[in-house]
Design a protein around this ligand. Structure first.
Ligand code: BG6
Ligand code: MG
Length: 217
C-alpha cells in the first residue's frame, strides 16, 4: 500500500454530534424568531461557530453588534455542551472506532481536521484521543472551511505531502477545503448532498482502509 495519511472531520464523520449542533442552533434561532430548517442547517456544517451565527442572521435578515454575536455564540455553545455532557459511546458512528483502529494498525498516520473548539473534549469523552497522531481543531485554525488551512495543517502534522492525504468529510465546505488543499475527499453521506466528493460512504461499518484506497483508484 502506498503511504497515505487519513484526515478526519469530527462532527458527523466520527461521532453523531451534527444533530446536537443543529438542535442548539435551532434553539437559538427560535429565541431570535428566525425560521431555521434542516436544509438551512446543511450550510452550517463544517463552518466555524462564528460563521454559523452569521449565516443564521443572514437567513433572518438581521444584524447584531460583535458583542451580541459573541454572547449568542456562548449561549449556543452552552446548550451544545449540555448535550455533549451526556454523549454516549454508542454515538460514535457505526464502525468509526474500528476503522480508526485498523488504520492505525496498518501504519496510516491519522489527524483530526475539525472546525470545532470542542473537539478534544469530545474525543476524550469517547476514549478516541490516542488513535490520533495529530489534532487540528478550531483553536488552531484561523480560516474556516472551505479554506484548506485545517487539512494542510493536518498533512503537515503527519509529515505527508497533501496529495498523499485522504480527507473524510460530511460537509460541502469540508469537501471543497480538501480539494483546495490538493487532497482526495471521501464524502460521508449521500451523493446528492455531497456531489463534489471523489467517493461516498454512508458510514465505516465493515470498511477497511484498503477498501477506501480501492474506491479512489
Ligand atoms: C464543525 C461543525 O465540526 O464545528 C459545525 O460541523 C460547527 O457545525 C463547528 O459549527 C464549530 O464547532 P464548535 O464545537 O467549536 O462550536
Ligand atoms: Mg462535519
Amino acid at each position: 500500500m502506498k503511504q497515505v495519511g487519513f484526515l478526519f472531520d469530527l462532527d458527523g464523520v466520527i461521532v453523531d454530534t451534527a444533530k446536537y449542533h443543529y438542535l442548539a442552533w435551532k434553539d437559538l434561532a427560535e429565541t431570535l424568531s428566525i425560521p431555521f430548517t434542516l436544509k438551512d442547517n446543511e450550510r452550517l456544517k463544517g463552518v466555524s461557530r462564528a460563521r454559523s451565527l452569521e449565516i443564521i442572521l443572514e437567513l433572518g435578515n438581521r444584524t447584531m453588534s460583535e458583542a451580541e454575536k459573541a454572547a449568542y455564540c456562548t449561549k449556543k455553545n452552552d446548550v451544545y455542551l449540555s448535550y455533549i455532557d451526556n454523549l454516549r459511546a454508542d454515538e460514535v458512528l457505526p464502525g468509526a472506532g474500528e476503522f480508526l483502529a485498523a488504520a492505525k494498525a496498518a501504519g496510516i498516520p491519522i489527524a483530526l481536521g475539525s472546525a470545532s473548539k470542542n473537539a478534544p473534549r469530545i474525543l476524550d469523552k469517547l476514549g478516541l484521543t490516542a488513535l490520533f497522531d495529530a489534532i487540528i481543531d478550531g483553536t488552531v485554525v484561523s480560516r474556516a472551511k472551505p479554506d484548506p488551512e485545517v487539512f494542510l495543517k493536518g498533512a503537515e502534522a503527519v509529515k505527508l505531502p497533501a496529495e498523499c492525504c485522504i480527507v473524510f468529510e460530511d460537509s460541502v465546505a469540508g469537501i471543497e477545503a480538501a480539494h483546495r488543499g490538493g487532497m482526495k475527499a471521501v464524502g460521508v453521506g449521500r451523493k446528492e448532498d455531497l456531489p463534489e466528493a471523489d467517493a461516498w460512504i454512508t458510514g465505516f461499518d465493515g470498511l477497511t482502509p484498503a477498501d477506501i484506497l480501492d474506491m479512489l483508484k
